[in-house]
Design a protein around this ligand. Structure first.
Ligand code: NAI
Ligand code: MG
Length: 405
């Protein structure tokens, strides 16, 4: 029997392409796991009225570890039109299965490492002194609170009277008092102390493990005094247990400016749900974009690992596939980190680094050419060729020797 059982949920579109490729890499480093398939995605919405069938929830509940590809998601009205005819008017409402997973298992800590691999033509560069060009080495991990804040879904258009009455007790609400209820939309931003504590603590622990010198709380405490303020308060408390790590504070808007001036200055960055979503995408853009962006959703018991990208439907049917598997492969490495198989995770990252540095095998996104059937004629590697190159780097020992890091 294998040491680990991982629920493999390819999902939709390119999720079905990249997930098996990542498993090839996990097998190659000798990860002792068996994979059980989990149904998730659009097909299950259409035929069952639920994109996250209960049997999949049960599998994850049992095995606690899941690798996820991507799903196709659509606004609820559009989704309703695609429901199979016998399910229509049965009261089914579409919910994104990944959001549902995060809530169902309280996967409140989202980690999104953004590390530049030298030689990646997509890396951020900036002007240096004179005519020089600098390519700073970015090595940031964004910690995004995954279950609360503006994305918790507590919102109304035409809020019920009790809600309005409650808001009326706040002096600042007078400004809105004359607005008719049906002309008013409200999205709430709820933070809890426990969730703030957990995300900040996770960031500090990661900072220690990765040799970062700082944890930055990236919020907006001068304006969002209560919610951002609570995150900062918890960060100051947690920092007392980590005297060697500096605690910095930035405003999300200023951070978006500084990250393109001096992205190499930051280590772990902690934010609430929405700001974390923003800052992690922005950092991912500095290190290669969606083809490189990996992530983990971690709860107390369950952890689900997924690339940041979606199902990219326009590339899903291409044969051979052309999308970049590196995001999914690095996501697999995060799973290894999580279960304590860090040597294997490092081998994978070193093999990816070696392939990127060598530069002979590049998917279309790395060549900055349009994706499509013609990209291969233009010299782009297929998804499979990229993984083959990573496997060859592993086999050549580059990953074990540290040469490729
Ligand atoms: P997307 O991430 O699927 O694709 C956006 C563009 O990024 C693609 O057209 C492609 O040019 C590029 N891209 C994405 N992954 C790539 C890869 N591995 N290699 C090379 N290029 C890559 O986002 P989009 O187009 O906004 O959404 C498509 C579907 O995916 C939608 O239904 C959306 O709801 C869903 N989605 C799902 C997510 C998830 O599963 N967690 C996250 C984001 C979107
Ligand atoms: Mg996002």
């Amino acid at each position: 029997m294998a040491k680990y059982t991982v629920v493999a949920m390819p999902g939709d579109g390119i999720g079905e392409v990249v997930l098996p490729e990542a498993i090839r890499v996990l097998d190659a480093v000798g990860f002792d796991a068996e994979y059980v398939h989990g149904d998730i995605g659009w097909e299950f919405w259409i035929h069952e009225g639920n994109a996250l069938p209960e049997r999949t929830v049960e599998l994850i509940d049992k095995h606690k570890l899941a690798l996820f590809g991507a799903i196709t998601s659509k606004p609820k009205n559009e989704a309703a039109l695609e429901l199979s005819p016998e399910l229509r008017d049965e009261g089914y409402v579409y919910y994104s299965p990944i959001v549902a997973l995060r809530q169902r298992f309280n996967l409140d800590v989202c980690v999104r490492p953004c590390r530049s691999f030298p030689g990646n033509p997509l890396n951020f560069i900036r002007r240096g002194p004179g005519d020089t060009v600098e390519e700073p080495e970015v090595d940031v991990a964004v910690f995004r609170q995954n279950t609360e804040g503006l994305y918790a879904g507590i919102e109304w258009t035409n809020p019920p009277k009790v809600v309005r009455d409650a808001l009326n007790t706040h002096p600042k609400f007078k400004f809105f008092a004359a607005t008719p209820p049906h002309d008013m939309a409200i999205s709430t931003r709820v933070f809890t102390r426990r969730a703030c504590y957990r995300i900040v603590r996770a960031a500090f622990e990661y900072a220690v493990a990765h040799g970062y010198k700082s944890v930055t709380v990236c919020e907006k405490p001068n304006v969002l005094r209560e919610t951002s303020g609570m995150m900062e308060e918890e960060a100051r408390k947690v920092q007392q247990d980590f005297p060697d790590i500096e605690l910095w504070s930035t405003n999300i808007d200023a951070q978006m400016m500084w990250m393109t001036k001096n992205p190499e200055d930051y280590g772990a960055i902690v934010s609430g749900n929405m700001f974390g979503d923003i800052v992690s995408d922005a950092y991912a853009g500095l290190v290669g974009g969606l083809g490189f962006a990996c992530s983990a959703n971690i709860g107390d018991e369950v952890a689900v690992f997924e690339p940041t990208h979606g199902s990219a439907p326009k590339y899903a049917q291409l044969d051979p596939p052309i999308v970049n598997p590196i995001a999914m492969v690095l996501t697999g490495a995060m799973l290894l980190d999580h279960v304590g198989e860090t040597d294997k995770a490092e081998q994978i990252r070193a093999a990816v680094a070696a392939v990127v540095k060598e530069g002979n095998v590049r998917t279309y996104d790395m060549m900055r050419i349009p994706g499509g059937p013609r990209s291969i004629e233009q010299g782009a590697a297929t998804t499979t060729e990229m993984v083959d190159a990573i496997l060859a780097a592993l086999a050549s020992g580059v990953a074990a020797g540290g040469d490729g890091s």
